[in-house]
Design a protein around this ligand. Structure first.
Ligand SMILES: *Cc1c(COP(=O)(O)O)cnc(C)c1O
Length: 353
């Protein structure tokens, strides 16, 4: 399918991002494509604008929505590049399967994403740590209240320039183990990147914030015994020299940052285990000091060190509340590849220009 391009007559300008909240300013254009009659139609890049939506549209009632998040980076030489974009497209495809949304041609979507970034490349900020955040998403719009799989949908990509996540330095966060709400269960939609998972998890995050914590640490939804994720990030612990991260049992989002870190650790010969990790084992490791480092990982923050974990009203400090040596090294390795300061030895970079 050909991608039509209609440029705006009122182009905006990339301003200073220092005091801009994450994801609150958008570029000039968006990518759109419509699904009906069993096919995708009219792929186009058009001026950024509001949607018109039928009040009975499926997404507004039954939550038929999936999304992705990735970044375009500007290197010190001024070039624009993406980090493993084919992984995001594959995950979006898997999410569409799980949510009974229309499937799409993965190669075509990757091409559309790249073309969109080419059109918006002047919006990719320069400066280490800054990026153009890309948000592909799809939602069902069938204008009927009957519950069924979506037969009409909109595919869209929007983009938002973002400043450095760590403008004030990498400060370890305090997190709280959530004991009431659960994010999802095996067989549910935890593996899919869908808006519904966020709808279910927002309350716990808000309550944690009121108590002075920046995220919750989720336990599995059945036994409330195994560690799953931290906020909207995957989580890793360095215990006695070995990195332990929850295995992808079906209720955990398969993060691309998580996968990349595992590959970097294996390549460096650092022991890493993907397995179930119980909250009891974690508490024991915090008490006896064998928990050396802990961090969350995801596209937005890359790596987010954890300095304190609260459980059952008890607070445990990790690595004296400071960022660990391995956490810092992983941050440097990943961001080095993403911003083009380090050799792309795993072949993860897609160059745009
Ligand atoms: C997106 C997301 C992640 C991180 O995935 P990345 O591909 O590394 O950005 C982790 N957990 C949840 C719930 C997510 O939505």
């Amino acid at each position: 399918m050909e991608i039509k391009i209609e440029k705006t007559e009122h182009p905006g300008k990339l301003g200073n991002l220092d005091d801009v909240a994450f994801g609150s300013v958008f570029t000039d254009h968006m990518f759109l494509m419509d699904y009906y009659d069993g096919e995708w139609h009219d792929a186009r890049i058009v001026p950024f604008a509001d949607f018109h939506i039928h009040p009975a549209a499926l997404v507004l009632h039954y939550g038929g929505e999936i999304f992705e998040g990735l970044k375009a980076y500007r290197t010190a030489e001024g070039k624009v590049q993406l980090f493993r974009p084919e992984q995001n497209i594959q995950r979006m495809y898997n999410s569409a399967v799980r949510m009974a949304l229309p499937l799409f041609d993965k190669e075509f979507m990757l091409e559309a994403l790249i073309k969109f970034v080419e059109v918006e490349k002047d919006w990719v900020p320069s400066g280490f740590g800054t990026s153009l955040y890309l948000r592909p998403f799809m939602f069902g719009i069938d204008p009927k209240l009957g519950v069924h799989a979506s037969k009409e949908a909109t595919m869209c990509i929007i983009a938002s320039p973002v400043g450095s996540y760590y403008a004030e330095g990498i400060n370890p966060v305090k997190i709280m183990i959530e004991q009431e709400d659960v994010r999802c269960v095996i067989g549910g939609t935890g593996e899919a990147k869908c808006g519904g998972n966020y709808g279910a998890s927002t309350r716990a995050g808000e309550r944690a914030e009121q108590q002075g914590y920046s995220q919750v640490l989720w336990l599995d939804g059945v036994e409330r015994k195994y560690i799953e994720e931290v906020g909207a990030m995957n989580v890793m612990f360095k215990i006695n020299g070995t990195v332990v991260t929850p295995e992808l049992v079906g209720s955990i989002l398969p993060g691309i940052t998580r996968k990349s870190i595992i590959e970097i650790l294996k390549d460096a010969g650092i022991p890493v285990e993907e397995r179930r990790l119980s909250v009891d084992e974690l508490v024991t490791a915090m008490k006896d000091g064998s928990l050396e480092e802990a961090w969350g990982c995801g596209t937005a923050a890359v790596v987010s060190p954890i300095g304190e974990i609260a459980y059952d009203g008890v607070k445990y400090t990790i690595n004296e509340g400071k960022i660990g040596e391995l956490t810092q090294w992983l941050y440097d390795e990943l961001t080095g590849i993403q911003w083009g300061k380090k050799e792309d030895k795993f072949g993860w970079i897609t160059k745009i220009d």
